[in-house]
Ligand binder design. Structure first.
Ligand code: SAM
Length: 269
């Protein structure tokens, strides 16, 4: 089983954080672009709190079904209580381990999971690909330069953000550049009809809304703690860093953006 402590963003509020971030109309558009169709049997690997699983389930009706797969019992409980209904099943599995017992799928969706596996992401994609029927569709989505495109920080805040990300890469296998690798994964596995879309996941300028502010500050609360980060440039330690980060995110002059890479392909027959 996946250990919850291994997941970088683990916290009591993680299900809620992931749930409220979802833009249903956008997910629907992306899944249709990837080729989801009524009647398909779908897997949502690393499904989190299940909102996307539920959206995918609407898109495969009539006659389709979706399995939401996650390693976290907390997220799965949330998913089952908020989105459980006929045609959706939530199961606990570690996606780094064999998944054959789940049966074959026509469409597999993997969004914002590979970024937590810098050294293993290709092995995970290979493992997931084994559950796909020949001719089935694999859709991978992840961010690039996450979260490194911030303008308007002080020099020390910029250095500190970069140092945190660099330590997250070395210590807990976080990959800030996961998005740009996705195409090569499908290419190397011999997938056909590969298509790639590059879009902006998030751009923030001017007044920040409550949702983005909550999400940004939650990342700053949770991620550095996981590696017991030392705030060498801040005499007042974490509290002083947190205040400076908060004032950066609430400053209307600040500019941040994060590219999203979506990649889909068909498993060779
Ligand atoms: C950032 S969330 C993404 C959730 C959802 N896919 C989305 O796009 O909002 C990553 C999810 O992957 C799950 N996860 C991470 N490693 C996993 C593993 N080895 N096996 C199963 N689930 C895993 C985490 O528990 C978490 O719910």
């Amino acid at each position: 089983m996946m250990q919850e402590s291994q997941y970088l963003m683990e916290s009591n509020e993680e299900s809620h954080r992931l749930d409220i971030k979802i833009n249903s109309a956008l997910i629907e558009k992306q899944a249709l672009w990837a080729g989801i169709q009524p009647g398909m049997r779908v897997a949502d690997m690393g499904c989190g709190p299940g909102r996307i699983t539920s959206i995918l389930s609407h898109l495969v009706q009539p006659l389709g079904s979706v399995v939401g797969v996650d390693g976290s019992p907390q997220r799965l409980d949330y998913a089952a209580s908020h989105y459980g209904r006929e045609g959706i099943e939530f199961v606990q599995r570690d996606i780094t381990k064999p998944l054959h017992d789940l049966g074959g799928f026509d469409f597999i969706w993997v969004r914002f999971v590979l970024e937590y596996y810098l050294s293993k992401s290709f092995e995970i994609v290979k493992n997931i690909s084994e559950c796909l029927e020949p001719g089935g569709i694999l859709c991978l989505m992840d961010l690039d330069h996450n979260p490194l495109n911030y303008y308007g920080t002080s020099d020390r805040l910029d250095r500190t953000f970069r140092k945190i990300i660099s330590e997250l890469q070395g210590k807990i296998d976080f990959d800030p550049y996961a998005g740009k690798k996705l195409y090569s994964f499908l290419y190397d596995l011999g997938y056909e009809d590969i298509d790639v879309e590059v879009s902006i996941h998030k751009v923030i300028f001017g007044q920040i809304d409550d949702l983005d502010s909550f999400n940004m500050m939650k990342k700053i609360e949770v991620a550095p703690q996981k590696i017991s980060f030392q705030y060498d440039e801040y005499e007042g330690g974490y509290e002083e860093f947190y205040k400076e980060a908060q004032s950066f995110f609430s400053d209307k002059r600040r500019f941040t953006y994060t590219p999203l890479i979506s990649c889909r392909g068909k498993k060779p027959s």
